[in-house]
Write a new protein. Structure first.
Length: 560
């Protein structure tokens, strides 16, 4: 018993000595403690002229390291400063990450600064990293609210742990680079931004409007059109040593054969009819200022940062602004087709989900808003409309609904607040959603579907639906989705289509579907594609990206 007590005594002494050694080697900083306590209390903390935003992450970061300074290494500080300087290449503003405050102090030797100043600098460096890391990984703006993120997002990563690992591994720059979207399409967009930035110093006079210019025409505006196409990379640059250097005579005023392929290609990559005629829309695209293109790119870089780290090995992506659907299988694009999207006042939303099943011979239950705004005026004008297009009218909802003879309804008496009916279009050749729809149940009641109006896909402007996405070749998509992912084969699909009843085809493995809104991208051939901002979302997004965050600063006390 005595030996056991002696052992416990010496073990206690040894443990005490170890704890004492740890306490002596842990250089907690009273200045950092004071500032972290203020953050915990929810007080506004401004150091070196910079608001500290990442209060919860900063508290967790410094508590975990016993309030010891993190940025004693000059190379680490310089790596962070360099990363902040270069963030403009990603369409972000270095000023958002305390660059002005840090540039004056971070390069000074450690012993040049007093204890309080060192603590301030350490906290600002940490806050800058946390903000920048969050914005590179999750976007500067919240996708839903469009408000700026001034707190590190913990949805996918705990940024205070990311910072701790980067400090420990001496990998500040490598860590920040690794937080950017990994998709090659994002990197290509960053490279395009650099090319467009190089055009900012170039003269860019507006080319006058006037009559359309057709192949074979002579027009003085062609001189500037040619030069603009050279700057944009659509027409090869002139050889400066050539005697042809900028001939402003007849040759450059002629819409000659060398432009017969160039102009249609330019039109195609701007989403215009590639007819080779330089009309109003083509001239507007040629006139677009480099700064405008740069802003478009910045908006689309932000959208890329909103996407998950991986879209999936197999997925469907709809580019709303590009009127296009692509399917990727095992990392390779296997399908591309045109789509029709929502009208500007019934916009197709942006979100991601999974296609879980298909419906052959679907019915169409008309959404309430469409019943009142679209269908009711038509029914009033044309009483035979419902019968002719195969609609049934029900009173009530769910299992208790009762079918009503439309001839017994006083349609003129119905209003927005008095419409106790449902309109359900039965399967058939005139059904608005066609013969198949692709279901991913969501809060927007949006899905992909067939359409009887196939002729509409030939239009360049395809903002024609009420929010859902109409697919050009729906059965090609159906076969792809069902192939190897269900018990359905081509014969089973054909048999289902012979029925007059809705039939569900369940996918064993739901397929991710991403509805996106890209007005600028680089296609698989390496061609830069620009599209009209059909919903005005670029403008709204840029306004939010450039907004003054200090005016929107909200400080919420930390709960205890």
């Amino acid at each position: 018993m005595q030996d056991a007590n002696r052992r416990r005594f010496w073990q206690s002494c040894l443990l005490g000595l170890m704890l004492l050694a740890l306490a002596e080697n842990s250089h907690s900083d009273d200045s950092i403690i004071n500032r972290v306590e203020a953050l915990q209390a929810g007080e506004p903390v401004v150091v070196l002229g910079a608001h500290l935003h990442s209060r919860d992450a900063l508290v967790q970061f410094y508590e975990a390291r016993n309030y010891e300074p993190a940025w004693r290494s000059f190379p680490a500080r310089e790596e962070l400063l360099q990363a902040i300087r270069e963030v403009s290449n990603e369409g972000l503003n270095p000023g958002d990450y305390h660059y002005d405050s840090l540039a004056d102090f971070a390069s000074q030797p450690l012993d040049h600064n007093g204890e309080d100043l060192q603590a301030d600098l350490d906290l600002v460096l940490s806050d800058a990293f946390l903000l920048l890391a969050t914005h590179l990984h999750d976007g500067k703006l919240d996708q839903e609210t469009r408000s700026a993120r001034w707190q590190p997002s913990e949805q996918q990563r705990k940024m205070h742990e990311v910072l701790a690992a980067a400090i420990l591994d001496h990998s500040i720059d490598k860590t920040l680079q690794g937080l950017k979207p990994e998709a090659p399409a994002y990197r290509k967009l960053v490279a395009l931004r650099k090319e467009v930035s190089d055009l900012l110093g170039q003269p860019w006079p507006v080319i006058d409007s006037g009559p359309a210019i057709r192949p074979g025409d002579t027009d003085s505006r062609m001189i500037e059109v040619r030069e603009r196409l050279r700057l944009l990379g659509d027409l090869p640059a002139r050889d400066n040593d050539s005697s042809e250097a900028f001939d402003t005579g007849f040759a450059d005023q002629l819409y000659s054969d060398d432009l017969l392929a160039v102009i249609p290609a330019f039109q195609a990559r701007h989403g215009l009819d590639p007819d080779g005629i330089i009309g109003r829309k083509t001239l507007a695209a040629i006139n677009q200022m480099p700064l405008e293109r740069l802003q478009q790119i910045d908006a689309n870089l932000e959208r890329w940062r909103w996407l998950p780290d991986s879209l999936g090995d197999t997925y469907i992506l709809v580019n709303i602004a590009g009127y296009e659907l692509i399917m990727v299988e095992n990392g390779q694009e296997t399908m591309r087709q045109r789509v029709i999207v929502g009208q500007p006042y019934r916009q197709t939303p942006v979100f991601s989900d999974r296609i879980r099943y298909l419906v052959f011979n679907p019915t169409w239950t008309v959404p309430r808003r469409l019943m009142i705004e679209d269908q009711l005026p038509v029914i009033r004008r044309d009483p035979g409309y419902l019968d002719r297009l195969g609609f049934k009218v029900y009173q009530g909802w769910g299992a208790n609904r009762v079918e009503i003879d439309p001839a017994t309804i006083d349609w003129d008496s119905l209003t927005k607040n008095n419409f106790p009916y449902q309109l359900v279009q039965q399967p058939g050749p005139q059904n608005a959603v066609g013969q198949v729809k692709f279901m991913f149940p969501n809060q927007y009641d949006v899905y992909l579907h067939d359409t009887p109006g196939q002729y509409l896909f030939s239009r360049m402007d395809r903002t024609l639906s009420s929010g859902c996405i109409r697919v050009e070749r729906p059965f090609e998509l159906a076969n792809k989705l069902l192939e190897g992912n269900s018990d359905w084969d081509h014969r089973a699909i054909q048999e289902a289509l012979q029925s007059s009843e809705p039939i569900n085809a369940i996918l064993r493995n739901p397929v991710p579907v991403h509805l996106q809104y890209w007005t600028v991208w680089v296609d698989r051939a390496g061609t830069y594609q620009f599209r009209e901002d059909i919903y005005g979302r670029d403008r709204q997004l840029l306004q939010a990206l450039r907004s003054d965050w200090q005016g929107n600063l909200q400080l919420t006390p930390r709960s205890h």
